[in-house]
Write a protein that binds this ligand. Sequence first.
Ligand code: URA
Length: 493
Amino acid sequence: MRYSVTLPRLGTFATWRDAARALAGADVPPDAVDWRMEGEAEGLFDAQAMPLPPMDAPLNVPRAFPALAKQVIAARDPQAPHLLYSLLLHLRDAPRALTNRADPLVQRAEQTAKHIRRDMHKMKAFVRFREVSPEGANRRQFLSWFEPDHRIEELIAPFFTRRFGDMDWVIVTPEVTMRFEGGVLRHEAVASERLELSDETEELWRTYYANIFNPARLKVKAMQSEMPKKYWKNLPEAALIPDLIANAEARARQMQETAPSFAPARADRILSRLPERSVDRVGPLARLNACTRCPLGQMATQGVPGEGPQDAELMIVGEQPGDQEDLQGRPFVGPAGQLFDQLAADAGMDRTAVYVTNAVKHFKFQPRGKRRIHQNPTASEIDHCRWWLDKEVDHVQPLLIVALGATAARALTGNGRDLIKRRGSVEKGLSGLPVLITLHPAAILRTPDKATSATRIADLRGDLCAAVGMITSARQAQVPRGATTAGNAGPLS
Ligand code: URA
């Protein structure tokens, strides 16, 4: 007689675990169990299968086993439950085997888990949301379609709830619908046809991709291995790829002919006069710590240069140092910096991997008693300070720059108007690099109305998420940066 276990499409791991525990408790050997997924045809002997033995004493497993098992059971491989059960019995006799990479069962399980992790990684990178918010909705609503290779929906859900916790979303796959509404996640095992999505969010992806695509560094094979063709049909930017590849040679020639000019000679003279900074910054940018080109430097305690890896893929540009930044000599360490850090972390951005700087490097304020009250920099102050920012952009050559607020938008694109209208869009910067326009955290902190402030927080978080996604996509598509060959670990681990 044999045992037969049917695993549901949702809650697969829990059902496997309970059955495996009962079977192992009764010492049932792996070959006496038929595992099948719900909906699959019954085996020849299923009708005569024995009921499962009663669950016995709890089964001890190595600490790393459940996490591995949750991945393996997600594999679209009919052998996966059998493999796992064999491994479970094996580990009961030899608990240390799990750390032995040469163990054949462990090897097979690890190999399977690797496919699952790769599938999850692709889903994180290639899910594209379309906004479908009805007028007046409290929370913004998004819809997405994705076709994973494996049954990873339940495994991947915590990633999306963490990253997109402040909006409602539905991700539809051919077998499961994942719904996150009002902070509550539900899965439904329903078969769905492919959803055709297209809207302005997709236009944004296309603009971004067209901007960061560097024809001079095109490696078609590497690009296709990181962004396999099977994902293209659901990626808005993929529609551009054939044309971009076809025109790459001509564009590369044009880029060479219109190579960027160098910073003015006087910038170098100023640099050569500056003393070396002794703080934790290294490289040529660290020396840019003072400037006397406009009067702001005379009031401020010090110039506050940017900080972060000199080959960062992502650059964040704020307005100007605030009171705390002026005293500490570091950008974004005061209240606005704390809000930024929190939203960046929500968006999966690692601040230590990002280059953070300001459009204007000195604190502009008006003394009022003992307090120093922040003043917006004028257009001419922004323009006077631009040489310094240009130097940073030119040196770091990020894949994407995020402009926080109107001052940064003006410094980076030449246009500081209509910030709210432009928010969330990617524009071509004066440097030629793509610039994602978004809100400034300090402006959000100054917003008196709670509801408006909550919406703006969600908007800024969403834009930072988009930036993370764009960098991830660019990295996976092997989109090279403008002039450097350096490749750091990147902001987005
Ligand atoms: N606001 C900014 O724009 N930059 C900082 O560094 C701090 C606050």
